[in-house]
Ligand binder design. Structure first.
Ligand code: FCB
Length: 467
């Protein structure tokens, strides 16, 4: 799976195409706060974060970065950094409390105001419909393992597209359905915190179905020029060795991490090997006639979130895990090299490998890097400055990988840094800082880190400065 290409001696001094989209990304539950204001109801993350031990320090998204109240200030901050694109998500329980029925006018007004503010500042909005905050009421009715949730999502997509379809150019149905299905329903480390491997497979299919149904609604209700997309956190898989046993383990994990989404969405089928590997858990009868036609409705681009590679070999791993039916077939090892504060190895080649794989497997599909970034233990020094040289090193290497991919003929059209702001990092709470802008949670003061100033310069020049 590893592809080699000529590497520039240094990843600095690289120019990107003029139309390349330079942005930053956030997600509703991670930044908004205002959890019970203006009619918003609880999502599965509001519930899960209250479960003892589920989130570090018992943190919740109740206040987060208070973006709901500071939206204009945050858009002004983006404008001051010269960002051209902004990827955010809509909170489902804020715009459709309880996950069904009428819209909340106040909820929609917030996103209307955000979009208008972005457009007024010349920043292109990219809207994600689902970044993991399922209305709790729908989880109580069965959640993603329940087929009806896909139809509820289609209704919600219709409602948001009806309100914003005339002004948002890029629409993403789902962010990282792998995490929603497998971390949420198999490993239980994300909301709703269930450890039911068979349910996770049902959830994955219903997320795929939800995506396809939403594509249909978005095509009808958004402008003819709108771009409809899906964001996946595909695994850049490296077998531990050249042995057939390690290759077999890598195949299994590739099916569960990547092809469970790529195959239905782009080829209208589930992989035969995935069905065989998981036969002891399910007969896949939850896939009904016609579903795969819906799931494979064409999209205009594919978003890729990348942080670190997945190194896998033959062996076993403990349960609960996010890998249904693979516990006796795969073990995981960290890639070598420096680590971020998440303990994730820094390995930009994985991003290059993933992009080249997609060039080969999905010819004609435009790609966007919709998330990439790193957490470090950032703090404001006595002068009020935040020095984060490791993040600049990380970003330089990964933008270098994107540039190499472009040179190798990959149709990659944009890069969204994760994240604009420090925020609620799911099960890690506020202990991990991914922002290029530091947030002091006590005062909610925003301070651009050195990396933000560096990135502003990258965006302004449309490429990496000479190192
Ligand atoms: C991704 C999520 C995003 C953020 C980063 C670090 O999996 O989409 O919300 O938490 O990881």
């Amino acid at each position: 799976m590893t592809t080699t290409a000529p590497r520039p001696a240094t990843a600095s001094g690289l120019t990107f195409p003029p139309a390349f989209r330079w942005g930053a990304a956030t997600a509703a539950y991670q930044i908004e706060g205002a959890a019970d204001e203006d009619g918003r109801t609880p999502s599965i993350w509001d519930t899960f974060s209250r479960r003892p031990g589920a989130v570090r320090n018992g943190d919740t998204g109740d206040v987060a970065a208070d973006h709901y109240h500071r939206m204009r200030e945050d858009v002004a901050l983006m404008a001051s950094l010269g960002l051209k694109d902004y990827r955010f998500s809509v909170s489902w329980p804020r715009v459709q409390p309880a996950g069904r029925g009428p819209a909340s006018a106040k909820g929609l007004d917030f996103y209307r105001a955000l979009v208008d503010e972005l457009l007024a500042q010349g920043i292109r909005p990219m809207l994600t419909l689902y970044h993991w905050d399922l209305p709790q009421e729908l989880e109580d009715a069965g959640g993603w393992p329940e087929r009806d949730t896909a139809y509820r999502f289609a209704d919600y997509a219709e409602l948001v597209a009806g309100a914003l379809g005339d002004r948002v150019p890029t629409w993403t149905t789902l962010n990282e359905p792998w995490c929603a299905a497998f971390l949420g329903y198999a490993e239980g480390v994300h909301a709703p915190g269930r450890t039911e491997p068979a349910s996770a497979l049902r959830a994955a299919h219903h997320l795929n179905l939800a995506h396809g149904l939403a594509v249909g609604a978005l095509r009808e209700l958004t402008g003819p020029a709108s771009e409809i997309s899906l964001t996946l956190n595909l695994a850049a898989i490296r077998p531990l060795s050249d042995s057939p046993a390690d290759a077999e383990a890598a195949r299994r994990i590739d099916a569960l991490a990547n092809r469970v989404f790529l195959d239905p969405v782009f080829h209208g089928r589930y992989p035969e090997d995935l069905r065989a590997d998981t036969a002891q858990l399910t007969d896949w009868s939850f896939v009904r006639d016609g579903d795969l036609t819906t799931v494979s409705r064409p999209v205009d681009s594919l978003g890729i979130n990348y942080y670190t590679p997945t190194v896998v070999g033959a062996g076993s791993h403990p349960l609960p895990s996010p890998w249904p039916a693979a516990q006796d077939h795969a073990r995981f090892a960290p890639a070598p090299g420096p680590r971020t504060a998440m303990d994730w190895p820094v390995d930009a080649d994985g991003l290059y490998e993933l992009l080249v794989r997609l060039r080969d497997e999905l010819p004609g599909t435009a790609l966007l890097v919709t998330e990439n970034g790193a957490a470090y233990d950032d703090y404001a020094d006595p002068a009020g400055e935040v020095h984060d040289p490791e993040r600049i090193t990380y970003l330089t290497a990964h933008l270098g990988a994107v540039h190499r991919a472009l040179a190798a003929g990959v149709d990659v059209r944009g890069y969204f840094l994760w994240s604009l702001l420090d925020n609620f990092e799911w099960a890690y709470g506020y202990s991990k800082r991914f922002g290029m802008v530091h947030v002091d949670y006590a005062s909610q003061r925003r301070t651009p880190k050195d990396s933000a100033l560096w990135y502003a310069n990258v965006v302004a020049r449309g490429g990496l400065p000479r190192g």
